[in-house]
Write a protein that binds this ligand. Structure first.
Ligand code: NAD
Ligand code: UDP
Length: 336
């Protein structure tokens, strides 16, 4: 039996491979990635961490022939589907590229899975599908999206719900991630964005390591304790463990189920900056600038469903998240 991990050399995928290899001796892991946002260096790091090899196929999930060949050559039992583009700003500049890669790519993957009668799937969704609902966000709330990236996640969720309705053999967990941060405790793998980071933590770490001069804090006039935006940051290793639990519990899920993966706690931008400064011992210069368009004041999860259904909850605190981020960034100042 093999597990197919699409986007497995990326940030969350690589951490999930580590957790899967710690647990599943009998299952081989096949990674498919087109390396559009990752490097094969990750594969060497994975061997250093786990001592085990994975099968790597460089291919695009939109490529029917290549995907079909993977399913012909390996006895795939289930798929964890991370592959996709994820930059919110870029998605507004290149909507077609996002709809094609994320939505068409997923449809292609599902078509090949269905043809090979592989009907177990864990999908990377996002809390962005909650639109401007008030936190804590729970899975029964109405969904909406405000940018093409969010629309792709929402469209894929709709496709997955329709597919599961059409054929009761599908078991699908749609995991809605909150804000993944941190890195493996070895410091060997971590988040490695191309160009100037859009997200807070990679930006702060690159300021701390001297690659960027100053952080811009997007607004200090929100209705939050210190006026800056509040988010539910979750350690990427906790998130990875959530995928393992989802995979192990797919049998309990009939049809398609949306499940939040968050901590249920909120942390402000300034709390992140101050904790980072304390742990790294580095100065983090910042400037308050106007709000970023489309940002909400406060976003955090109701994380109870994941506990009920998957017996999963996040255990790593903010200190660990930031210490691990800093270990990765300071050991690999230029990334991989
Ligand atoms: P990432 O960019 O590090 O990993 C995605 C991987 O997919 C990359 O290695 C990339 O090369 C690969 N890829 C992209 N398009 C592909 C294609 N057509 N064929 C094959 N491979 C392809 O991103 P990540 O942070 O690990 O995110 C993984 C998933 O989780 C994405 O779907 C993302 O939208 C979702 N997600 C991420 C976050 C976050 O903050 N990181 C939050 C919510 C949801
Ligand atoms: N943020 C910021 N400066 C940055 C990047 C982000 O002040 O350079 C803030 C942003 O306004 C939000 C929080 O940090 O309040 C998290 O932003 P991120 O883009 O990481 O995640 P998302 O907004 O998608 O939850």
């Amino acid at each position: 039996m093999s597990l197919l991990i699409t986007g497995g050399t990326g940030y969350i995928g690589s951490h999930t491979v580590v957790e899967l290899q710690a647990l599943t001796d009998e299952q081989d892991i096949v990674i498919v990635d087109n390396l559009s946002n990752s490097s094969t260096k990750v594969l060497d790091r994975l061997i250093q961490i786990t001592g085990k090899k994975v099968t790597f196929v460089k291919a695009d999930i939109c490529d029917y022939e290549a995907m079909n060949a993977i399913f012909e050559q390996h006895k795939i039992d289930a798929v964890i589907h991370f592959a996709g583009y994820k930059a919110v700003g870029e998605s507004s500049e290149k909507p077609l590229s996002y709809y094609y890669n994320n939505v068409s790519g997923t449809v292609m993957l599902l078509k090949v899975m269905a043809e090979h009668k592989v009907k177990k799937l864990v999908f990377s969704s996002s809390a962005t599908v909650y639109g401007d609902n008030e936190s804590p966000l729970n899975e029964s709330m109405a969904t909406s999206a405000t940018n093409p990236y969010g629309q792709t996640k929402l469209m894929i969720e709709h496709i997955l719900f329709d597919l599961a309705k059409s054929d009761s053999n599908w078991s699908i967990a749609c995991l809605r991630y909150f804000n993944p941060i941190g890195a493996h405790s070895s410091g060997l793998i971590g988040e490695n964005p191309n160009g100037v980071p859009n997200n807070l933590l990679p930006y702060v770490s690159q300021v701390a390591v001297g690659r960027l001069a100053q952080l811009q804090v997007f607004g200090d006039d929100y209705d939050t304790a210190d006026g800056t935006g509040v988010r539910d940051y979750i350690h990427v290793v906790d998130l990875a463990k959530g995928h393992v639990k989802a995979l192990q519990n797919l049998g309990k899920i009939s049809g398609c189920k949306a499940i939040n993966l968050g901590t249920g706690n909120g942390t402000s931008v300034l709390e992140i900056v101050n904790t980072f400064k304390e742990i790294s011992g580095q100065n983090i210069p910042y400037k308050i600038v106007p709000r970023r368009a489309g940002d909400l004041a406060t976003v955090f999860a109701d994380a109870s469903l994941a506990y009920e259904l998957l017996n999963w909850q996040a255990t790593r605190d903010l200190h660990t998240m930031i210490a691990d981020t800093w270990r990765w960034q300071s050991q690999n100042p230029q990334g991989f």
